[in-house]
Design a protein around this ligand. Sequence first.
Ligand code: NAD
Length: 256
Amino acid sequence: MLQGKRAIVTGSNSGIGLGVAVELARVGADVVLNSFTDRDEDHALAAKLAADHGIKARYIAADMSKGADCRALVEKAGGCDILVNNAGIQHVAGIEEFPVEKWDAILAINLSSAFHTIAAALPGMRAQGWGRIVNIASAHGLTASSYKSAYVAAKHGIVGLTKTAALECAGQGITANAICPGYVLTPLVEAQIPDQMKKTGKDRETTIREVMLDRQPSKQFATVEQVGGTAVFLCSPAADQITGTTISVDGGWTAL
Ligand code: NAD
């Protein structure tokens, strides 16, 4: 379906970003993987993706906390047809105690990076009259939680940026949408389970249901494949008139 389309997925050497990259590759898109690490295994991951799906894939290192790096990523990739802004970090603390450097890093990586990559990608998309911008926001782009001020602010911000990009590109073959996942079972989330089990003194299943998925009515994690499949849908012809909106993949969290 997406043969010949070139996708950049930021923050894609693990978790949701990698899941989105795999789903795009599965339907034929060429993919640029990214993170800030530049290890041999990052390049190997791109080579495996190419071999597994018969597409072109490469890894480009860029630090999404730096505007110049974000723009250079798009330039080094030679532009793109599909831009997935996924890189993101989290820090949990009350507002009074929230470390200023963590606030700045979260706003830079989770929000400003998308401003820079979109600005760099749009001229090429406009010239060819086709483009898909998919921002990985969060249920926290639509609702708040205590102790996540920077994350919630950044994710609400990226929803606003998505709407603005959609308006500026309306009718030009370019759409911009945000996917809002609830809790997704990524290696990062998996790693939090033992700690949470220690705190609750309960077994894995009870801890997941009562603590981690407290606000997710389905009591089931979303998967990276489901988030990736939603991104693929947003790149499909069925979604040509879907722009400036959010799609929740959250087991009912935001219906509460
Ligand atoms: P993850 O830690 O597995 O992935 C984060 C990715 O971002 C990694 O590839 C990492 O290398 C990259 N990254 C971090 N800092 C970077 C930087 N400075 N420059 C370049 N890359 C950088 O986490 P994840 O759970 O897969 O999260 C991916 C996105 O999905 C984030 O934006 C997150 O907010 C969002 N999200 C996650 C969940 C969840 O439950 N896992 C839910 C909703 C939204």
